[in-house]
Design a protein around this ligand. Structure first.
Ligand SMILES: Nc1ncnc2c1ncn2[C@@H]1O[C@H](COP(=O)(O)OP(=O)(O)OP(=O)(O)O)[C@@H](O)[C@H]1O
Length: 631
C-alpha cells in the first residue's frame, strides 16, 4: 500500500509556473491498461430496495421486539411523570428500551443482537475508530468565556454522567472525551446554555448528545401538563429537539442518538423533508423523546398538529450557520419563537458548529441566555490531522491533474468537491469512462440515488465520490483519506467543512485544492487557514495574495482575512465582556501524519457483493432554499 502523501509529492504537481500544455504522467506512459472493475455498481440508475425509510424501519424493527406490556395506553407506565398522553401509545417497551417509572430511570434489558447492530465489532471498518492523533486533541487550547465557567470533566465516569450513558459510551469504544465533550458535560449539567465551536471531526455530536442524554436519564421527562386535550394524543411531546440543516446530517445524528440512548427511556426519532411524512408520523407515534429534525419538515409537522414543543428542555442547533445560509432562519425563528416551546429562560439551548460567522453569533443573542462561549482551537480553523496541499491548476488541466492524483493512490476513499450539479455529473461520468469507479451526489439526484451513492462510497465499492456542497457538512464517513477541492468554494468556511470530511477522530487525511486565479477571492483566507494549521504555503499563493491586496479581489462571506481574525472571539467580549477562563496547552504541537494503513492489494478491484441496505443516508436539502439550487 502506498503512502498517498509520498505519491503526491512524486507527482511534482506544483513544479513551477502554471503550464498550459500539461501532459500528465499517466498519458505520457500510455501503455498503462485501464483499471478494471465491474461497472454495474457504480454508475447511474441505482435502484435500491426499500429506500431510506425502509432502512430505518428495518433497523427499527429490532427495537420493536416483544417485551410487551408496560408502555401501553396513553403514556402507560413508561411515561411516569410524563403520564397521560403522548408517546408510546399502544406499544410495549421493545428490546433495548428502558422506562422512566416512579421518578426513576429503569434501563431496559441488554440485547446482544442490538448491540451488534448499533455498535458493531471493534475492527469493523464501517465504524469510525479513533486514530493515532486522537490524544493530540488534548493539546488544543480551549477558551471558555462567560460567567462562572464550570471545570471540565476529564473522563467518562459516573458521576457526573449517568451510569447507563457511560455504559453506552463504553460500548461505542470511546475511551476518553474530546475537548468539546469535556466542557459541554458540566456546562449543560449546570443548567447553562452553550455556544460551541470546535474543529471538524472533533466530536461535537457527542458534545451535545452526552450531556443532554445524561441529564435526561437523571431527571426524566417533563411532567405532563393537565390541560392536554384528546387531540393531544395525536401529538409527540419530545423532551429534546435537535435541529440540523440536511437530511444526511439529521440521519447521522439520529443513528448516534440510537447508540447512546440504548436501553434508556429516551426514544429518538428523525424527521426530514423529501421522505414520506406518514411513515415519520407513525414512527413518532411509537414514542418520540429526542427529535432530530430539519427545520422545514418540523414546521410541517407542527402545522399539522403532530408535534408539541411544550416539553422541550433541551434545544440544540447543529451546524447553525449552515441553517442560516440555507435560508432556514424564518423557519427556525418560527419554531423557537412562535410555537409552544418554552421560552429561553425555561429551556437550555446549545449551538454547535466548526465555523461561527458573526450573523450566527447575533442569532445567539435571541436564542441563548447567559451562555458560555466555548471555542476549541481557533474558530474556523482546520485540524492539523489534515495535510493540506494547494496546487496551481488551470481549469483546462483539472481533469488530467485529478487523474494523476487518482492514479497515484490506491483504492482509498476520495471525495472530490465541485461547485455545480452539472459538473458533478460530468466529472463522475468522465472518471468512470477513464476506468475509475466514481459515483456522484448532488441535489438533483433522487433520494435513492444519493443514498445508494453514499452507500457505494462508504463500502468502498465506488471509492471516488464526486460531490457538491451537499456532502460538505457534518458527514462522518469512516476512512475518507483524501478530499480534493476540484473547484474551490467561494466561502472559506465551506472549505473548512469540506476538508473536514477527512482527518476525523484523530485519524489523518489529505486535502488537495486546485487553485488558479479564478479563486483569488479566497486567497488570503486560504493562506490564513494554512498558516494557522502549520501547513506548507506555495509561493504562488503569496504572489496572488499580494496582487489581490492591490487590485481588490477579496471575497467570501467574511470579506478577507481581517474579518477572519475577528471571529475567533466571543462577540460579547467586544462590547464589554466578562472574565471567562482559558485553558489548554500549546497549539501546534507535533503532528505526525503517518502512513496510510488502508487495505492492501491493487486499487479499484471488482466490487464485492452488495451488503444490503444503506446506512441510512438520504436526499438533501431544503426545498425552500432556492439560493442553493446549484447544489
Ligand atoms: N470521545 C470520543 N472518542 C472516540 N471517538 C469519538 C469520540 N467522540 C466522537 N468520536 C468519533 O469521532 C467522529 C467525529 O465526531 P463528530 O461527527 O461528532 O464530529 P464533529 O465535530 O461533529 O464534526 P463536523 O464538524 O464535521 O460535524 C465520529 O466518528 C465519532 O464517533
Amino acid at each position: 500500500m502506498s503512502d498517498l502523501s509520498a505519491e503526491m509529492n512524486n507527482l511534482n504537481l506544483n513544479g513551477g509556473a502554471p503550464r498550459s500544455s500539461y501532459v500528465p504522467p499517466h498519458q505520457r506512459n500510455s501503455n498503462r491498461a485501464p483499471r478494471q472493475f465491474e461497472q454495474q455498481s457504480f454508475q447511474g440508475g441505482y435502484q435500491s430496495e426499500g429506500g431510506f425509510n425502509g432502512g430505518y424501519q428495518r433497523g427499527g424493527d429490532s427495537f420493536r421486539g416483544s417485551r410487551g406490556g408496560a408502555r401501553g395506553g396513553f403514556g402507560g407506565s413508561r411515561g411516569g411523570s410524563r403520564g397521560g398522553f403522548g408517546g408510546g401509545r399502544g406499544y410495549g417497551p421493545r428490546a433495548g428500551e428502558g422506562k422512566w417509572e416512579d421518578g426513576k430511570h429503569v434501563p431496559g434489558a441488554a440485547s446482544e443482537k442490538l448491540e451488534l447492530e448499533l455498535f458493531g465489532v471493534a475492527e469493523d471498518p464501517t465504524f469510525q475508530s479513533s486514530g493515532i492523533n486522537f490524544d493530540n486533541y488534548d493539546d488544543i487550547p480551549v477558551e471558555a468565556t462567560g460567567d462562572n465557567v464550570p471545570e471540565p470533566i476529564t473522563a467518562f465516569t459516573s458521576p457526573p454522567l449517568e451510569a447507563l450513558l457511560v455504559e453506552n459510551i463504553k460500548l461505542s469504544r470511546f475511551t476518553k472525551p474530546t475537548p468539546v465533550q469535556k466542557y459541554s458535560v458540566p456546562i449543560v449539567a449546570g443548567g447553562r446554555d452553550l455556544m460551541a465551536c470546535a474543529q471538524t471531526g472533533s466530536g461535537k455530536t457527542g458534545g451535545f448528545l452526552f450531556p443532554v442524554l445524561s441529564q435526561s436519564y437523571l431527571n426524566g421527562p417533563a411532567p405532563a401538563t393537565e390541560s392536554r386535550t384528546a387531540f393531544d394524543k395525536k401529538k409527540a411531546f419530545p423532551t429534546a429537539l435537535v435541529l440540523a440543516p440536511t437530511r444526511e446530517l439529521v440521519s447521522q445524528i439520529f443513528e448516534e442518538a440510537k447508540k447512546f440512548s440504548y436501553r434508556s427511556w429516551v426514544r429518538p426519532c428523525v424527521v426530514y423533508g423529501g421522505a414520506d411524512i406518514g411513515t415519520q408520523i407513525r414512527n413518532m407515534d411509537r414514542g418520540c423523546d429526542l427529535l432530530v429534525a430539519t427545520p422545514g419538515r418540523l414546521n410541517d409537522l407542527l402545522e399539522r398538529g403532530r408535534v408539541s414543543l411544550q416539553n422541550i428542555k433541551y434545544l440544540v442547533l447543529d451546524e447553525a450557520d449552515r441553517m442560516l445560509d440555507m435560508g432556514f432562519e424564518p423557519q427556525i425563528r418560527s419554531i423557537v419563537q412562535q410555537t409552544d416551546m418554552p421560552g429561553v429562560n425555561n429551556r437550555q439551548t446549545l449551538m454547535f458548529s466548526a465555523t461561527f460567522p458573526k450573523d450566527i453569533q447575533m442569532l445567539a443573542r435571541d436564542f441563548l441566555k447567559d451562555y458560555i462561549f466555548l471555542s476549541v482551537g481557533r474558530v474556523g480553523s482546520t485540524s492539523e490531522n489534515i495535510t493540506q496541499k494547494v496546487i496551481y491548476v488551470e481549469d483546462e488541466d483539472k481533469r488530467s491533474t485529478l487523474l494523476d492524483i487518482l492514479s497515484a493512490a490506491d483504492a482509498e476513499l476520495t471525495l472530490v468537491f465541485v461547485e455545480t450539479k452539472r459538473m458533478a455529473d460530468a466529472l463522475s461520468d468522465y472518471l468512470y469512462n477513464q476506468g475509475f469507479p466514481a459515483t456522484s451526489i448532488h441535489g438533483d439526484r433522487t433520494q435513492q440515488e444519493r443514498e445508494r451513492a453514499l452507500e457505494q462510497f462508504k463500502s468502498g465499492r465506488a471509492p471516488i465520490l464526486v460531490a457538491t456542497a451537499v456532502a460538505a457538512r457534518g458527514l462522518d464517513i469512516p476512512n475518507v483519506k483524501h478530499v480534493v477541492n476540484y473547484d474551490l468554494p467561494t466561502d472559506i468556511d465551506d472549505y473548512v467543512h469540506r476538508i473536514g470530511r477527512t482527518g476525523r477522530a484523530g485519524n489523518v487525511g489529505i486535502a488537495t485544492a486546485f487553485f488558479n486565479r479564478g479563486n483569488k477571492n479566497v486567497v488570503r483566507e486560504l493562506t490564513d487557514i494554512l498558516t494557522e494549521a502549520n501547513q506548507e504555503i506555495p509561493d504562488f499563493l503569496h504572489t496572488i495574495s499580494r496582487e489581490s491586496s492591490y487590485g481588490g479581489g477579496r471575497g467570501g462571506r467574511r470579506g478577507g482575512s481581517s474579518s477572519r481574525g475577528s471571529q475567533n472571539r466571543d462577540f460579547r467580549k467586544q462590547s464589554g465582556g466578562f472574565g471567562g477562563s482559558s485553558n489548554g496547552g500549546s497549539f501546534g504541537g507535533q503532528s505526525s501524519f503517518g502512513g496510510y494503513n488502508g487495505g492492501s492489494g491493487s486499487a479499484y478491484n471488482a466490487p464485492r457483493a452488495s451488503t444490503g441496505s444503506a446506512a441510512g443516508y438520504s436526499s438533501y436539502g431544503n426545498p425552500s432554499a432556492a439560493s442553493n439550487s446549484w447544489w
